[in-house]
Design a protein around this ligand. Structure first.
Ligand SMILES: [Zn+2]
Length: 106
């Protein structure tokens, strides 16, 4: 006989927190997005959402990745730091590779 464990996390699932996408600037559920974190003074995608500190969110779509790359904003408030165009292209590329891998059915 197995005992059913009570999951304290279950209560939070109903109210998924919302974040603003730095691509389209729209608010959406956090789990529809990818987190970007500042790691060792570098902005990098935080796929597992385990990095602490400042973070920004981006939709998991190529449109929002494009918007982020082309954005005229020099600094992102959520990251409190400027992100060079070159850096953005790299970030978008890393996320795209990851998304392609995730959508592939094995
Ligand atoms: Zn978006």
């Amino acid at each position: 006989m197995t005992r059913r464990a009570r999951l304290p996390m279950a209560a939070t699932e109903k109210h998924s927190p919302e974040r603003t996408c730095i691509g389209c600037m729209k608010r959406d559920r956090k789990d529809a997005m990818i987190r970007l974190a500042v790691i060792d003074d570098q902005v990098a995608p935080d796929f597992e959402g385990k990095q602490t500190g400042r973070g920004a969110y981006l939709h998991r779509t190529s449109q929002c990745l494009e918007r982020f790359v082309k954005s005229k904003a020099k600094e992102f408030r959520s990251l409190r730091r400027a992100v060079e165009r070159r850096e953005r292209i790299e970030i978008a590329q890393t996320i795209k590779v990851r998304l392609d891998r995730e959508t592939r059915v094995e």
